[in-house]
Design a protein around this ligand. Structure first.
Ligand SMILES: C[S@@+](CC[C@H](N)C(=O)[O-])C[C@H]1O[C@@H](n2cnc3c(N)ncnc32)[C@H](O)[C@@H]1O
Length: 223
């Protein structure tokens, strides 16, 4: 849904973020996150990039994983911490106020799963390239990268329709927040270029939202 660009407005009011995003996406985002989280197994080490109020972080903890959620927005993290405390996950979830630019501090091959929900679309092109390289480094061989985000449709008619819907919403968002998001171009291809294999792709009907399950190669024979 091209309305994802409005999430930037919701981020300035973390108390209303969860309700707002549910309303904006008619519950579709929740279902996408449930599908992605179903790939997580008990005892795994999981990193949630741009965890916000913890939608994916908590799902991973519910599946028995040890999770680290990182975000640059302290207010969103505060809300996530409250939710984690309320759900009794303080022992298995750690939150850290840090940006993807600091991923270089994470040890190599230390995570079984890295996830990103609606965060890649908030990164600059350089940040996204750096993040994908770092994710590949910090994932264990055979580790999973799970992504759900705004995407640029592949077909021209859908691309034009998505732009038509998105453009006025992006202007409103920019006027209110002085920022915007960027629908991601060709993410599956970019992941493959980095050496990830794509296990599954699911697109919305307008192709402006994508869910990807991808895997880092297990070894040289997989590359
Ligand atoms: C739309 S919200 C999604 C939050 C959460 N993943 C969810 O789906 O509910 C995007 C989040 O990415 C965070 N973010 C944006 N740029 C970031 C960066 N460079 N490093 C880490 N987090 C970032 C924002 O602060 C925001 O909380």
């Amino acid at each position: 849904m091209s309305t994802y660009v409005l999430m930037k407005i919701l981020e300035s009011a973390p108390d209303r973020y969860d309700r707002g995003i549910r309303w904006l996406t008619l519950g579709r985002l929740e279902r996408a996150y449930d599908r992605l989280a179903s790939h997580i197994q008990e005892g795994q080490r999981v990193l949630d990039l741009g965890c916000g109020t913890g939608a994916l972080t908590l799902r991973a903890a519910e599946r028995g994983a040890r999770v680290k959620g990182i975000d640059v927005n302290a207010q969103m993290l505060e809300k996530a911490e409250q939710r984690a405390r309320g759900a009794g996950f303080t022992a298995t979830i750690e939150f850290s106020e840090m940006g993807v630019a600091e991923l270089g501090n994470e040890p190599s091959e230390s995570y079984d799963v890295v996830m990103s929900g609606l965060c890649f679309s908030e990164l600059t092109e350089d940040e996204l390239t750096y993040t994908l390289d770092e994710v590949k480094r910090i994932l264990k061989p055979g580790g999973l990268l799970l992504v759900a985000d705004e995407a640029n449709p592949e077909s021209l008619p859908k691309r034009m329709l998505a732009r038509l819907i998105r453009c006025p919403l992006a202007v409103i968002t920019y006027l209110l927040t002085q920022t915007t998001t960027r629908a991601i171009d060709q993410l599956p291809e970019r992941l493959q270029e980095k050496g990830f294999s794509i296990l599954s792709i699911r697109r919305s009907r307008l192709e402006d939202f994508i869910e990807i399950v991808s895997r880092k190669p297990r070894g040289i024979q997989d590359e």
